[in-house]
Ligand binder design. Structure first.
Ligand code: SF4
Length: 901
């Protein structure tokens, strides 16, 4: 074991918990990431996403070199930093000079919100100011709504919730998104208090709660009003607060008087007993902390619900008292010197609305958007109406993307700037979930050639006349950016070892003064109930695209995606629709349609369809292909949950049933099988000799009768070794039987050798193994073959074999190689042999690289030296991405043979 170090740092991911973390590093390599027990608030807690982050840092799919391409149709190639920064500077200058600076859109996402991130916009402001964004994909509506009520949104310090006798988690799911609240929930329950979850969906927090109330999505205002009326009816309202510290109370009480409790509960879709429970809890288990979740924001008129819940807190006497309050979030950029955004350096520049970014880019004229520069975000995937966002991005002539992976937005880029993760950076991080500020201490050196965004802009600034205003060491910048922190006594050196609590009240509004025009709490005085009750019989389910439990939004890799996204419906509703768990369904909205796998979940409302957001479009997910691009009335938030959908059994011919024969754990179906599933196939995999099948030979069926196609995968076995693989004769027979029945066969690597053998081809061992991503050439026959339809060029494809074959006499060669000539052939009616591994995704290829690299070296493998592996690893993200596209086309075309199209 080498030198082991433990580095305290702070999680910078888009998560309110902002945990203090400990990075364990051995010989310069991150080996573990866990919660820092010394953090005063998060106290060693960390979520499931934390430990997994180590794999993300070293993922074979992570782009670790700058990449460039002349058009989005051209392949990526590695470039130097100087080359890409020169190119960006040249294009920025040319576009500004020709069309003005507003022809450039800077899209700064919420992926990371550290102190140094202020300087990203500062860079563009030094440049002259460009088009930016306004509004939010997340919590803007909540903040703006609470600003109307409280003057300035201030939340209770999370540690104050230990003073709560009860808690209402209103659309918040701490188990998945705010892990440090879980001990508070346990504490309240241990003390006999109630914890009520209000959520149309069944979240992972529900089992921790005393009760789950399930209002119709977006109708929380009615539920809050019903509970308020019950408190008023019981005479338990906080009269002093209403009389002395509030404005608009008579008007709000007038609004309440227009409805009966029964009417309000009916509008919210809950029994009156639920409103009674809320009211009783607020009256008898005081103080109650009410915590607002992010799902509440995602409606066009969400401010009504948010303000009605604030009002419930006010009427019940929970404002300004320890353990009470209606808490929504914290100002994460608050502890920094905000003048470094640099917005005052130029006249006001154009901004586009984030919630409708696709539409706004397309409608931008004078000047049109010619260039887009994206940091810390994946808007093509995450912004609503992805189809339109993709269209808008593809119209820009130059897109720069700073990120980690080849995701949906990267697909539209011309330059890919590989960004460091927070473990490779020095910075300072505040939170939107609590009051602590923590140091981001660099734990490891940047992976590959990755750079922090700060260093990217720093080195880009060198190419402009304002260079000297930007070029300063990180330490100096942090010193200045953190001036407000220093003014409050924070020593930046000490911060490196211990989080600092930014001065903010534990209990806001304790003195009952509010930053509203009247100085009092401001009740909502206008309410239009009909705006919360829109339904469309054609689309009976509200689509709730909730925060994933195991990922932060679209932070995932291509290989981590399941073939299809999972959507969740209440079991009774699924049965009513004639659907069952595991069915492939089509989810349709007014905007688009996707295919998904259905799951059922008890405890969920029947009129919602729930799905975890963030899956990529290119991986067959992309739920935002369904969502409408609207903006909320207050706060310019994104009302994702205004999307209503219909769920139907997947249309078209019955799903073809494909039998997959897998020979080796290390040689799974990868992209080929995922593509088949995404294209509508149902797969069943057998591992001969390992899959149980009493009536079948070695787990293989004896006839193709129940199947529509056969895939035979690779493996380390020799295709002629029947003694070692006694199922081979039966498999050869089966391959011929499928073809005779005009059912397509695909053999990959070993599978192709077996296919050749089944049709009379010869087997041989090559002089040396063929390994790596290799360029092959299609024959003229391939250009006419239906399986190669739509293939313009064959990208380099993974090879890993030492055995080869001579073509059967009746076979047609489709792809030729240099070292091994027979790379792909067609034989019989519809049987295809692929010697190359078109199915290999980055994870499979990475595993094979590891296995091959550790084989004993000999003269035959001398060419595979360290430089070979280094280059292969550096190019792997791009190679895997190109290979996946090729594989998808081939798999879809092959499946058409099974469908007899
Ligand atoms: S993702 Fe959130 S809960 Fe998980 S480690 Fe980071 S801040 Fe903590």
């Amino acid at each position: 074991m080498g030198e082991r170090r433990h580095i305290i740092t702070t999680c910078t991911r888009d998560c309110p918990n902002t945990c203090g973390l400990t990075a364990t590093v051995e010989d310069g390599r991150l080996i573990r990431l866990s919660g820092d027990p010394g953090h005063p608030l998060t106290r060693g807690a960390a979520c499931v996403k934390c430990a997994r982050y180590v794999h993300r840092v070293y993922s074979p799919e992570r782009v670790t070199h700058p990449m460039v391409r002349p058009s989005t149709k051209a392949p990526w190639r590695r470039a130097t930093w100087d080359e890409v920064l020169d190119l960006i500077a040249l294009r920025m200058t040319a576009i500004r000079d020709a069309s003005g600076p507003e022809a450039i859109l800077y899209y700064q996402g919420y992926g990371e919100r550290t102190a140094l991130k202020l300087l990203n916009r500062y860079f563009f402001n030094l440049f002259g100011g460009v088009t930016t964004t306004r509004g939010s994909l997340c919590g803007g509506t909540g903040q703006a709504s609470q600003n109307l009520d409280f003057g300035e949104r201030v939340s209770h310090d999370p540690l104050d919730h230990y003073n709560s006798a009860s808690m209402i988690l209103w659309a918040r799911n701490p188990v998945s998104t705010n892990i440090s609240l879980v001990p508070v929930i346990h504490d309240i329950r241990k003390r006999g208090g109630s914890v009520i979850v209000v959520d149309p969906a069944h979240s992972k927090t529900v089992p921790l709660a005393t009760r789950h109330i399930r209002p119709k999505a977006g109708t929380d205002a009615f539920l809050a009003m019903a509970a308020a009326k019950l408190i008023l009816a019981a005479g338990a309202e906080d009269r002093t607060f209403l009389a002395q510290h509030s404005a608009g109370a008579p008007e709000y009480l007038g609004i309440l008087a227009q409805f009966s409790v029964e009417d309000l509960c009916q509008r919210s879709g809950v029994p009156v007993a639920d409103a009674q429970l809320l009211a009783e809890t607020l009256m008898r288990q005081k103080p109650t902390s009410i915590l607002l979740g992010w799902g509440l924001h995602r409606h066009e008129h969400a401010h009504y619900s948010l303000r009605a819940i604030d009002a419930l807190g006010a009427i019940s006497g929970n404002i300004g008292i320890a353990g009470g309050g209606v808490s929504q979030g914290f100002e994460e950029y608050g502890p920094y010197d905000q003048h470094y955004w640099g917005d005052s350096l130029n006249p006001p520049r154009r901004s586009l609305r984030m919630p409708t970014i696709g539409e706004d880019i397309l409608n931008a004229h004078e000047p049109p958007i010619r260039m887009i520069y994206v940091t810390a975000s994946n808007p093509v995937c995450m912004a609503p109406n992805s189809g339109k966002v993709a269209q808008a991005f593809s119209q820009a002539e130059f897109v720069v993307y700073s990120g980690h992976f080849m995701d949906d937005t990267a697909d539209h880029a011309h330059v890919f700037l590989p960004a460091t993760t927070f473990l490779e950076e020095q910075d300072v991080m505040a939170s939107y979930g609590h009051n602590y500020v923590g140091a981001v201490n660099q734990a490891i050196a940047p992976v590959g050639l990755c750079r922090s965004e700060f260093h990217m802009f720093h080195d880009l600034a060198v190419r402009f006349p304002f260079a000297e205003r930007f070029r300063r060491p990180v330490r100096d910048w942090l010193h200045d950016l953190c001036a407000p922190l220093r003014a409050h006594g924070c020593d930046l050196d000490a911060l490196a070892n211990a989080a600092f609590r930014y001065p903010a009240p534990m209990v806001p509004y304790a003195d009952k003064t509010f930053a509203t025009p009247s100085g009092n709490y401001q009740f909502m005085t206008e309410f239009s109930p009909e705006l919360l009750e829109k339904t469309d019989p054609a689309y009976p389910f509200r689509l709730l695209t909730i925060a994933p439990h195991g990922a932060i939004c679209s932070e995932r890799t291509m290989t981590e995606h399941t073939p299809l996204p999972v959507v969740i419906l209440a079991p009774a509703e699924a049965a009513r629709q004639g659907l069952a768990q595991g069915d492939t369904v089509t989810v349709r909205s007014a905007v688009g349609a996707i295919r998904a796998t259905l799951r059922t979940q008890q405890g969920q409302r029947p009129d919602v369809l729930v799905a975890e957001r963030g899956g990529w479009m290119k991986a067959g997910h992309g739920l935002n292909r369904l969502t409408r691009d609207l903006a909320s009335l207050v706060g310019l938030g994104t009302p994702y949950y205004e999307t209503c959908v219909a769920v139907e059994p997947s249309s078209g011919p019955p799903a073809p049933r494909i039998l997959v024969v897998q020979h080796d754990e290390d040689a799974p179906g990868g992209n080929f099988c995922k593509s088949l599933e995404r294209a509508g196939a149902r797969l069943a995999t057998v591992m001969p000799g390992k899959t149980k099948g009493a009536a079948e030979a070695h787990g293989l069926p004896q006839t193709p009768e129940e199947w529509d196609g056969l895939v035979v995968l690779g493996g380390a076995q020799h295709a002629g070794d029947d003694a070692g693989s006694p199922h081979f004769p039966a498999l050869l027979h089966l391959m011929r039987a499928f073809d005779a029945a005009r059912k397509p066969v695909a053999g990959i690597c070993l599978g192709s050798q077996l296919l050749a053998r089944a049709w009379g081809g010869t087997l041989r061992t090559m002089d040396a193994p063929e390994f790596g991503f290799i360029r092959f050439t299609p024959t003229d026959a391939a250009r006419l073959d239906s399986v190669f339809h739509g293939v313009d060029a064959i990208p380099p494809l993974m090879s890993y074999h030492e055995d080869a074959f001579g073509l059967p006499q009746t076979a047609t060669l489709l792809v030729r190689g240099d070292q091994c000539p027979n790379q792909c052939f067609r034989v019989g009616n519809a049987s295809y042999g692929f010697q190359f591994h078109l199915e290999a995704d980055a994870a499979i290829a990475d595993n094979w690289i590891r296995l091959f690299r550790h084989r004993p070296a000999n003269a035959k493998t001398a060419q595979y030296d360290e430089a070979f592996f280094r280059n292969l690893r550096a190019d792997l993200p791009v190679l895997a991405e190109q290979s996946e596209r090729f594989c998808r086309t081939i798999a879809e075309n092959w499946l058409r043979l099974a469908l007899r199209e």
